[in-house]
Write a protein of this length. Structure first.
Length: 95
């Protein structure tokens, strides 16, 4: 499953229709986790096997919330997902 971390895009290239809206704000850990829980709850018989941080913008521009989310997903008190279950797609922007 792909997880968005922001509510539009402020970087180029524009690859999707949603990218054209322009950057609004980064999402919080709670908002990112809510996407994952909503996907999981749509089909309780299926197990989440892969989560990719991607989509609108550059995931590393929302580094703190992305890392909080990853830690929560990995936590035994969270979803308890293994480290190999997640990936981050980046366009390689210099900071």
């Amino acid at each position: 499953m792909g997880v968005n971390h922001a509510t539009a895009q402020d970087l180029k290239p524009t690859l999707a229709f949603t990218d054209r809206a322009g950057f609004f704000r980064n999402l919080s850990m709670g908002e990112i986790v809510a996407q994952i829980l909503a996907a999981r709850d749509q089909d309780p018989d299926k197990r989440l096997t892969n989560i990719v941080f991607m989509g609108i913008g550059e995931p590393f521009d929302n580094y703190v919330e992305m890392m909080r989310t990853i830690r929560q997903l990995n936590s035994k008190n969270g979803l308890g997902l293994g480290a190999r279950v997640r990936a981050v797609r980046t366009i390689g922007q210099d900071h």
